[in-house]
Ligand binder design. Structure first.
Ligand code: ATP
Ligand code: ATP
Ligand code: MG
Ligand code: MG
Ligand code: MG
Ligand code: MG
Length: 272
């Protein structure tokens, strides 16, 4: 195709290819969800509908981008971890994060009625995104631990804050004042002895957030099917091909990922 005289402007585009061999993490975060959650009457401190809708949107992203090996979400954010040597979009950071952010946002809107029923969405939400590279497995684990620790710290604070308002009749300013300068142990004690809550009995969804990983057995099945030339939809051959569609490909966990246990249970994540 002949080039137009305008073509040179392409040279103004900057290269943003991610360094080879690094873990690539894309994190999306809702824009102004403090307000969005108020306008849409989210339950405080944790609205299950939005948490589940966020996870549905993350599921859509993982269905589309097969090189995402793990996602972690809490509050209005989700992090997506790509396999180290992914070549998706030639590792171009802006292509990856803009496609993920827009698919995430459109999925959040698309599936809204499934979780919020007849409650109308009042205005279209937006999600920002960033791409970060982590060169070592330790850096990646520390990143995910950081997000999960953030989930815990915020949830502990928010649980105290809203209980002080709902059960003790404090104003938001008074509740904030009451919690100023408190350590985690103080908050646990406050919940236990004054607010009748054992923090450790709250749902893990709230305390740990949500981890999405691919079902290893399902993946092995799909691999063996494609290597024998069969496909899950094909019906040729002398035996019936087991349908991998009957099991969800992506599984959701609400558990600790800071300790070693999770990584020992799923060694294929770091060493595929
Ligand atoms: P920014 O645009 O800078 O991200 P933000 O208002 O979204 O601003 P965040 O730090 O991302 O600020 O915090 C998200 C806020 O959204 C939380 O503090 C909380 O008030 C609210 N929120 C998000 N998800 C939920 C939920 N599932 N249930 C209740 N509140 C939620
Ligand atoms: P990529 O994901 O790489 O952008 P693409 O399929 O979107 O792939 P584009 O180069 O962006 O490829 O081209 C968009 C294509 O979408 C057009 O070639 C055309 O086929 C179709 N398309 C977009 N808008 C319209 C429209 N208004 N009417 C008809 N076709 C359209
Ligand atoms: Mg933010
Ligand atoms: Mg936000
Ligand atoms: Mg946030
Ligand atoms: Mg296009």
């Amino acid at each position: 195709m002949a080039k137009s005289k305008f073509e040179y402007v392409r040279q103004f585009e900057v290269e943003d290819k991610c360094l080879p061999n690094c873990w690539i993490v894309v994190r999306v975060d809702g824009k102004g969800f403090h307000r969005f959650s108020e306008v849409h009457h989210f339950m405080k401190p944790n609205d299950d509908r939005s948490l589940k809708l966020m996870t549905k949107a993350a599921d859509c992203v993982m269905e589309e981008f097969k090189d995402i090996i793990l996602a972690y979400g809490q509050s209005d954010e989700y992090s997506f971890v790509f396999r180290r040597n992914t070549t998706v979009y030639n590792r171009r950071a802006s292509k990856m994060m803009t496609n993920i952010a827009s698919l995430f946002a459109s999925s959040y809107v698309f599936y809204w009625p499934r979780y919020f029923g007849t409650q109308m969405m009042q205005y279209p939400p937006a999600f920002d995104a960033r791409t970060v590279l982590y060169p070592t497995d330790k850096n990646l684990r520390d990143y995910l631990s950081w997000r999960q620790a953030d989930c815990h710290i915020n949830n502990l604070y928010n649980t105290c804050f809203w209980k002080l308002i709902e059960d003790k009749g404090l104003t938001p300013a008074q509740a904030q004042d009451r919690l100023k300068g408190t350590m985690s142990s103080d908050k646990n004690e406050l919940l236990f002895s004054e607010l009748n809550i054992n923090y450790n009995h709250l749902p893990e969804l709230y305390r740990k957030g949500t981890i999405l990983i691919r079902d290893k057995d399902n993946q092995d099945l799909e691999k063996s099917l494609s290597s024998t030339g069969s496909s899950s939809s094909g019906s040729q051959g002398s035996y019936r091909v087991p349908s991998s569609r009957s099991r969800p490909n992506i599984i959701s966990l609400n558990e600790d990922l800071i300790g070693d246990q999770f990584w020992e249970n799923h060694p294929e994540i770091l060493n595929p």
